[in-house]
Design a protein around this ligand. Sequence first.
Ligand code: NAD
Length: 267
Amino acid sequence: MRLVIVGASGRMGLAIARVAASTDGVQIVGAVDRPDAPGTGRDIGELAGVGAIGVLLSADLPAVLARADVMVDFSAPTATAANLAAAAAAGVAALVGTTGLDAAAQSAANDAARRVPVIVAANTSLGVTLLIELVRAASHALPKDFDIEIIEGHHRHKKDAPSGTALALGHAAAEGRSVSLDSVAVPTRTGGERRDGEIGFAVVRGGDIVGDHTVLFAGEGERVSLVHQATDRAIFARGAVRAASWLSGRSPGRYEMRDVLPFKTRA
Ligand code: NAD
């Protein structure tokens, strides 16, 4: 699988380069970033600390797409729509890990998916992908008098709260009960008694926590907790490379990380 990394000199781009360089059957054929990115013109393997691989960091996406099977985009939400259009024009599958996408970027993903296979995933960890499925199943299986609370913790620099992953877990829990999250979510709890059916969020911010998520089902006399703890950002890179390999050669269309796992608790 011939891979192009967009946002290649960023934290995730370099992590993906490290994983891809040591994965059998995966060949990095392009590394793209902004024209003014530090490291432009240098070998991406050297930038990633795994030794030269003969691929230089550039800003010319169409040129490298011409020889690629899959593009992974971990860049900026403002860049993603154009990157998706370029991948579709070149007939290259796309995995978008960039978060904070607006409606225009989502609609660019739908447009691209008419021509190439596309995954847009705010969390490419395989463990979180599994957790989301387990939460949906637990929420469906347990009686409604089990109260659902989602507790998440991240490092002190995180910009959003609750995390996108916590919200995805909330959506899965709501889906298991056939309700919309918007109608039951309590993003910030202050004062007052808990109402039946609520899905509450509790947020911890501090230090260098990479990402902890717990979904608690609290019943009368028993509690079930489903927990994921990330200790290394490489989990997102490993999942991204696995998803990129999975996408290679698929039919055009929108796919999800749960298709990659594969373990589904709904069709
Ligand atoms: P970062 O700032 O370290 O890297 C982003 C890179 O993208 C930078 O090198 C930047 O120069 C580059 N970039 C910006 N605009 C560009 C453009 N127009 N064309 C090409 N490159 C461009 O950020 P990061 O920590 O690597 O995260 C990148 C994105 O991935 C963010 O949106 C982040 O939230 C998301 N992310 C997703 C997951 C996941 O599991 N899906 C995990 C971690 C981070």
